[in-house]
Design a protein around this ligand. Structure first.
Ligand code: ADP
Ligand code: MG
Ligand code: ZN
Length: 491
């Protein structure tokens, strides 16, 4: 490849506020009845006045703080004028030159991607085009929904990085609780800007913007398609024209929507019906310090903490860092186990072992059971205390690993106490040497051929004899102890 890709992203996220951006209508993206949540303000009737949603502004500031942005002292709303049937006022209230947040960054696989700005605006309504009808329908439920827009610097260099950036941003807004950012539901929409330049050249090429990408896959594939298309044009000595393109998911290709010459002149001007915001003077209304303190531990920091504190693999730490409830559950169990270890006065190395055991059970068995039942972890009936006890039973050899599976399934189904289940289900592992020895003696008597094989050097024969011992004990013998006894006897 003789070209380098230069990519910048624009990401829109619908904010999860109770009411809309400038009126008191419910902000409910699940509403199915058209034009239910509307009022004269969000329908753009003349003479109505907007009032800014405080929560929405706080959410943008919160997002800005979480992405290392500078929060503006002075900010304002502007009108972006254009005509379209889903825009009842004939203009969108947005922010032009004084956004709430500027100059931030998000870390994507150890690379800092610069954030140019994050601003606040309102969403449009939706148009429906009934098949075969000679008309279109307008649904204004979405009109006036608070919409946060993030714009990155042109610092992304591949489709994979662009996709990862979107994923990271989605994790952040979910962690902050400002948006569900569900791409399938249109809560989060991406646009990519792409240009190519010869390797090593500083000057950027002409960019093409691809709009309305509503899945991570579409972000990735549309970039790959554009890189290939633009490279072909350049190879043939052609020029890339500045244009807006759409993404056809069926054909997996971008298509021309409009050229630069047809670009709108939005005639931005300050919104006269909303006062500018002085965030320093209005510290009583917007307490930036307080918003900062309300930010929970972000996924990336949590990942590194889990690696350091719990000595988890990066892969496992990542899973926990992306699922707050699962991580909380895990940490509750670990603190129960710590208390148990401390009470026993055993040395520190043990807790690492128990932590590893816990992580393994949660990330395999529990995840599998949750998946099968289609539960989220807060529906899990196993209390942290019972889970911790379960882990100690395994550690102490009171239950075999196959018994552990049975027990966990039972605990998952009933929320029962492990020691009760141990008795009821007869899952106690036989670890008493004398008892196992008796069974081993019977097994040896009954399998003299295998004993000879073992003595003749067939190592595998011991496995068979352990298996027979397990069978004879109805699965209850501790297999390690059984093997030790067998080896000793055969010697
Ligand atoms: P516009 O005024 O066309 O919206 P901006 O300068 O505001 O353009 O940039 C919009 C997005 O395009 C940003 O994400 C920015 O990083 C990206 N961008 C700007 N120039 C280029 C370029 N030459 N190639 C790729 N992306 C670019
Ligand atoms: Mg743009
Ligand atoms: Zn309204």
């Amino acid at each position: 490849m003789k070209y380098e890709a230069v990519i910048g992203m624009e990401v829109h996220v619908e904010l999860k506020t109770d009411s809309k951006m400038f009126c008191t209508c419910a902000n409910n993206s699940d509403e199915t009845q058209p034009n239910k949540n509307v009022c004269p303000i969000c329908m753009g009737h003349p003479g109505t006045l907007p009032v800014a949603n405080k929560k929405a502004i706080e959410y943008v500031i919160k997002t800005g703080l979480a992405t290392d942005c500078q929060i503006a002292d002075f900010s304002k709303f502007d009108r972006k004028n254009y005509f379209y049937p889903d825009l009842p006022k004939g203009y969108q209230i947005s922010q032009y030159d004084k956004p709430f947040c500027e100059n931030g960054s998000i870390l994507v696989s150890d690379k800092k991607i610069g954030i140019t700005r994050i601003h606040l605006e309102e969403d449009t309504g939706k148009l429906l085009h009934p098949a075969g009808a000679g008309y279109s329908l307008v649904d204004l439920n979405r009109a006036g929904t608070p919409l946060m827009e993030l714009v990155t610097e042109p610092e992304i260099t591949s489709s994979a990085e662009a996709k990862e950036f979107c994923k990271q941003f989605q994790l952040i807004v979910r962690c902050l609780g400002v948006s569900d950012a569900d791409m399938e539901k249109g809560h989060m929409r991406c646009e990519v800007n792409i240009s190519l330049k010869p390797v090593g050249r500083d000057k950027f090429g002409t960019k093409v913007e691809v709009k309305n990408l509503n899945s991570f896959r579409a972000v990735e594939r549309s970039i790959e398609y554009e890189i290939k298309r633009q490279a072909e044009v350049l190879d043939e000595g052609g020029v890339i024209s500045q244009e807006t393109r759409g993404w056809n998911a069926d054909k997996q290709e971008t298509y021309l929507q409009r050229k630069k010459e047809e670009a709108h002149d939005y005639r931005y001007f300050p919104e006269p019906d909303l006062p500018p915001l002085d965030l320093t003077k209005e510290a009583g209304v917007f307490d930036v310090e307080k918003i900062k303190n309300s930010i929970p531990e972000l996924p990336l920091l949590k990942k590194y903490r889990f690696i350091n504190q719990y000595k988890l693999t990066e892969e496992n730490a990542k899973i926990f860092s992306e699922d707050k409830e699962l991580a909380n559950y895990f940490e509750d169990i670990i603190s129960e186990l710590k208390a148990w270890v401390d009470a026993k006065g055993i040395d520190g190395g043990l807790i690492d072992h128990l932590t590893k055991l816990t992580a393994n059970y949660i990330l395999t068995e529990i995840q599998r059971l949750l998946y099968v039942e289609n539960y989220s972890v807060h529906c899990c009936k196993i209390s942290a205390e019972n889970f911790a006890e379960f882990i100690t039973l395994i550690h102490e050899g009171k239950i075999s690993s196959s018994g552990a599976q049975t027990m966990l399934a039972e605990m998952f189904a009933t929320g029962g106490d492990p020691s009760n289940i141990l008795d009821e289900k007869g899952l106690t592992q036989m670890s008493d040497v004398g008892e196992i020895e008796k069974i081993v003696e019977e097994v040896v008597e009954a399998n003299l051929k295998s004993v000879e094989d073992y003595r003749a050097g067939k190592e595998n024969a011991i496995k068979f004899l352990v298996g027979q011992t397990m069978k004879q004990s109805k699965g209850k013998a501790n297999p390690q102890i059984a093997e030790e006894i067998l080896k000793r006897k055969l010697r």
